[in-house]
Design a protein around this ligand. Structure first.
Ligand SMILES: [Zn+2]
Ligand SMILES: [Zn+2]
Length: 199
């Protein structure tokens, strides 16, 4: 029977794929299980796990938890989480956010702005003109002020409000999460859900 609520932390970095992280993928998965999550998305900086690597992560998870593949792309206007990409063709550090969104949507992937307003107020305001599928309103890199602006942005765009840890260490995994209304078996279901919830 499908569960009616599915707890996911969809913004997690592991070392060495994300050089700034202080936890291994194995530690991240164990921490997520310990935090009582049903699933996580690994979102390394500007690179994505390949299918062999993902299979390895699933074997580490051993059915205890779902592990989805994502990526956090550093665009010129801030950081963006992408879910459901088939490949990274044309996607690179420093690209324009609108180009990223257009490539992602071409692959039926979903794009969520990560911790908007973190780097500058202007970057956050820029998001009002983007075709986003979600806005991260809570994370370990969101403050009371930037969170308030992010909630306003999500409301105006009428897109999904993302809560995720942006964990770079085991004590942060699962600190923030979303409860989805059904069990998700693949990252494509997550991408589809985010895109469907848009007006
Ligand atoms: Zn970031
Ligand atoms: Zn991040």
């Amino acid at each position: 029977m499908a569960k009616e609520s599915f707890k996911m932390d969809c913004h997690i970095h592991t070392f060495p794929m994300s050089g700034c992280s202080r936890m291994s993928p194995e530690e991240a998965i164990d921490a997520a299980v310990g935090a009582g999550l049903d699933g996580i998305a690994i979102t390394e900086h500007d690179c994505m796990w390949d299918s062999g690597g993902l299979q390895y992560l699933e074997s580490v998870a051993g059915g205890r938890i779902k592990v989805f593949n994502g990526v956090e792309v550093s665009c010129s206007e801030g950081h963006f989480l992408v879910f459901g990409l088939k490949n990274m063709e044309g996607i690179h550090f420093g690209m324009r956010a609108e180009d990223l969104i257009s490539i992602a949507h071409g692959q039926s992937a979903a794009v969520v702005v990560a911790h908007p307003y973190r780097f500058s107020y202007e970057d956050g305001e820029y998001c009002y003109g983007l075709d986003l599928d979600g806005v991260e309103v809570m994370s370990s890199n969101t403050t009371a002020t930037t969170g308030k602006y992010a909630v306003r942005l999500a409301g105006k765009l009428d897109v999904f409000r993302f809560a995720s840890s942006d964990a770079h260490a085991i004590d942060t995994v699962g600190k923030y999460f979303n409860v989805f209304p059904f069990t998700m078996d693949s990252v494509d279901e997550l991408a589809g859900f985010l895109r469907r919830t848009k007006p």
